[in-house]
Ligand binder design. Structure first.
Ligand code: M6R
Length: 624
């Protein structure tokens, strides 16, 4: 979603801030801006549109200064216009603020200040209200301009604290003041903010990938932290004014890891990384000796795991689809009743739960507001709530009672790909672990391990289908939409394939259990609307065949994803057949999703879409 980058050091700020914003481009935004203190001037450049537009604006007349803040905005309050772009300023025009999150009580705060009479607001944003509030408190706390600089610093931090105490909502903020040299203030609640610690320079960013090219030493701020940042030091305290605890961590990836390399798009790179990312999700977690999985991060004893009577899997978007496969896997392998809940619904619903329920919050970013809300609500009610995250420093990872890291490496493409197959792999590890504590025999455990260990090579094999899939994408490039169908373990793949197609091609797409076709969806079938069936060689193949016949009888084109000998049975009926390697049912989704990721990708390229930055979407959805 929105991105923040701040810099204070000895280098020119403008190129560092612009470079940082470019690295956050994948998160989704619709306007961008910077504020740099150039001598005794607070210089700002901002505009609606892309970072390239901001770059041109800066290029015409670059502000010269060694500290400043910058932002990419994803519109919430007010349209994507130059005026609404951040930074925003206080009434004096000396304080500039960038903000991620939502100030829920902004209207009440604005009305109060309007009544005072000396505040004029030039944007429709909640952020401008916060800038005015901080500036007002700062100005009233001393004779402006006449205080020694050190005193001004503590006064500004105190003003930030006092303002944030009045705020209801979420924020990650960074600000500068024209009269306070070489000084930034940052704070967070609900929106991530990280401090990058350099040599004679320090950084603020909403995502460490913005600054990893400059430093790999980072302090991940906690909710209610306020940080005062100078070139050679920083101080962390809380909104309440207490001293904050912090730890400097090493960022686990490098700048190289977040480069596209020779791939035209991050999405394609990440699709091709799946043999490795699936291997990394299993690395060190399979025991041939005990024929089970080892998941120490769950922080649960064998007795506690045996006592689990019910599992709730929650998440959003692609993570929710992985959860849906998890429901099938865990119930099949472990026989533990498992339910899937949209995080956005679960967090506000009064679901009856029992003491022996275990909740898993699944999230690549670990920052998704609804998933975090569901995790917090579960913990508030006393349930053990675990995280399955890729981002190790994320809020969900830090606030959960334990969990499993995906270790998939940074995922930059807005359309989630490798995180999905890692999540499904982790679902299988959980199913295996819980199953071996219940009814699964050693030989069954061994067979599951063999199936999991075969996956990376099978994914390599599946990736070789890319030319065939590209040709199919070309063939159907003029359609207005697609339907996706699957059964059992592959029903969620129909959902995931439809989501991928919608996200990056903007075509209409729906995913359904195959059998639902005859309950209404069949009315949509027509010669120009292809149906994609995920119909591997499994226990429900012949049922899928019946549904394929129903579509063909109505002249609907059929693309079939199948495996083993089933390709022959489909030869005279499906228009296009994509054959993936054969695998046991519970791991097939890891393979069947790959041609569908490729189909969405090639179709999007064919249609000239911006694959890595699809319209209106953000990588990490930190608002409700
Ligand atoms: O970071 P998360 O896994 O929590 O993100 C959840 C969804 O926002 C995400 O999967 C979204 O649906 C993707 N754009 C799907 O490709």
């Amino acid at each position: 979603m929105c991105g923040i980058v701040g810099y204070v050091g000895r280098s020119e700020a403008a190129p560092i801030l612009l470079d940082g914003l470019r690295r956050l481009e994948y998160r989704g935004y619709d306007s961008a801006g910077v504020a740099i203190i150039a001598g005794d001037q607070l210089e700002t450049r901002k505009c609606a549109g892309r970072i390239a537009d901001l770059g041109k604006l800066i290029g015409k007349d670059t502000p010269v200064g060694t500290y400043g803040i910058s932002h990419t905005r994803w519109a919430t309050h007010g349209k994507a216009t130059d005026q609404n772009a951040h930074p925003h300023f206080d009434a004096s025009g000396k304080l500039a603020l960038v903000h991620n999150g939502v100030i829920e009580n902004y209207q009440a705060l604005k009305d109060d200040m309007l009544r005072e009479g000396n505040h004029v607001f030039v944007s429709e944003t909640d952020t401008e209200v916060l800038a005015h509030l901080i500036g007002k408190i700062y100005d009233s706390s001393g004779a402006n301009g006449s205080t020694p600089p050190q005193n001004s610093k503590s006064r500004l931090v105190a003003a930030v604290r006092a303002a944030l105490q009045q705020v209801i909502g979420t924020y990650g903020i960074a600000l500068v003041h024209r009269d306070i040299p070489d000084f930034l203030v940052g704070a967070r609640r609900g929106s991530p903010l990280v401090l990058g610690v350099g040599k004679d320079e320090n950084f603020l960013a909403s995502d460490v990938s913005a600054i990893v090219a400059y430093t790999r030493d980072a302090v991940y701020l906690n909710d209610f932290d306020v940080v005062a940042v100078e070139r050679d030091k920083f101080e962390i305290s809380s909104v309440a004014g207490e001293g904050g605890k912090y730890e400097v961590s090493k960022v686990e990836f490098t700048d190289e890891d977040i480069k596209k390399g020779d791939y035209p798009h991050y999405m394609l790179k990440e699709i091709y990384e799946q043999p490795g990312s699936v291997r990394d999700a299993m690395r060190g977690r399979l025991s041939h000796e005990e024929c089970t999985a080892k998941l120490g991060g769950l922080e649960m004893t064998a007795a506690e795991l045996r006592d689990v009577r019910r599992i709730v899997l929650t998440g959003c978007g692609t993570a929710l689809h992985a959860a849906r496969i998890g429901e099938y896997i865990i119930e099949q392998l472990a026989g533990v009743p498992t339910e899937v809940e949209f995080a956005s619904e679960f967090r506000h619903r009064n679901t009856p739960m029992t003491r022996d329920t275990l909740v898993f919050a699944i999230s690549q970013s670990g920052e998704t507001a609804d998933t975090l809300g569901a995790l917090r609500e579960s913990r508030r009610k006393g349930y053990r709530a675990l995280g399955i995250c890729n981002n190790v420093a994320s809020t969900i990872a830090r606030e959960s009672d334990g969990g499993v890291y995906m270790h998939a490496g940074p995922e930059i493409g807005v359309a989630a790909t490798k995180s999905f197959t890692s999540q499904v792999t982790i679902m299988a590890l959980i199913g295996l672990l819980l199953g071996r504590m219940r009814h699964l025999s050693t030989s069954e455990g061994s067979a599951i391990i063999d199936a999991l260990e075969a996956l990376p090579a099978q994914i390599e094999e599946t990736l070789k289908l890319t030319d065939q899939v590209r040709a199919i994408a070309k063939k159907y490039a003029s359609v207005n939409g697609m339907l996706f169908f699957g059964r059992q373990f592959n029903y969620p793949i129909a959902l995931e394939a439809a989501l991928k197609l919608k996200e990056i091609t903007y075509l209409f797409a729906e995913g359904h259990p195959s059998a639902e076709l005859k309950h209404g969806i069949i009315a949509l079938v027509r010669p120009d609307l292809p149906s994609v069936f995920i119909a591997p060689d499994d226990a429900v193949f012949s049922k899928n065949m019946n549904n394929i016949e129903q579509v063909k009888a109505r002249k609907g084109p059929v693309i079939a994803i199948t495996s083993g000998a089933c390709g022959e049975r489909l030869a005279n009926i499906a228009d296009d057949i994509i054959t993936i390697p054969s695998a046991p049912e519970f791991v097939t989704p890891v393979l069947s999703v790959i041609p569908l990721q490729l189909l969405a990708y090639h179709l999007a390229v064919e249609l000239g879409r911006d694959v890595d930055k699809p319209r209106n979407l953000a990588k990490s959805v930190t608002v409700e």
